[in-house]
Design a protein around this ligand. Sequence first.
Ligand code: ADP
Ligand code: MG
Length: 225
Amino acid sequence: AEEVLIQTKKLRAVGELAASIAHEIRNPLTSIKGFLQLIKEINSDKDEFYFDILEDELGRIEMITGELLVLAKPQAKDFKFRDISKIIEDVIILLGSQALIYKVEIQKEIMPLPKIKCAPNQLKQVFINLIKNAIEAMPNGGKVSVNAQLLNDHTINIRVIDQGVGIPKEFLDNLGTPFYTTKEKGTGLGLMTTIKIIQEHKGTIDFTSDQNCGTKVEINLPLNK
Ligand code: ADP
Ligand code: MG
């Protein structure tokens, strides 16, 4: 338990630093994007290729700073009563086209749930991260199951299970390490922000993974009536 506490404190310190840097990067980034757009309009077509690369790369910086900013805000103050099953259903629709591209079938079993006090946009981000990771773990297609149910009188249980490549053992012990990614276009920040958001909701998140068999992510969230 002591180790977990140190881990949490470390995560918070790293998160706060990262978020303040991300915040500072945002403003210059916005003006760079604006001027790039301007130069692009007055330039010849032959340079379009370079502009596309510039825009792509700026998009990546934006994605990374966006994810880091999640770490900054202590959200608990503006928690609202929301329907988690609705949030999950929305995310599944949102990721439908990506699933199709990967030939992944999303099987859902989502029970009606009582509303809980939460930061809906942050939880949405959690489910996007987890279901996206599940899809991306199956380059040759497969099945992702998403289950949500009432575990007992005070706990909501959510599971995302894939049949993908699995998480390497070394990383499984260090989940949430920032910038660890095995993907060409990954940020390696999704799991860190996910863990942080679930902690802020006083929930738990557990990963079970077998290489080449798949990964199960299980979240328990307390009901706060
Ligand atoms: P990203 O998706 O941008 O790489 P994440 O923090 O979401 O960053 O994930 C970090 C790494 O953890 C991934 O690059 C991948 O190697 C591993 N990972 C996460 N989820 C899964 C999963 N469901 N199956 C296999 N590997 C996973
Ligand atoms: Mg991810």
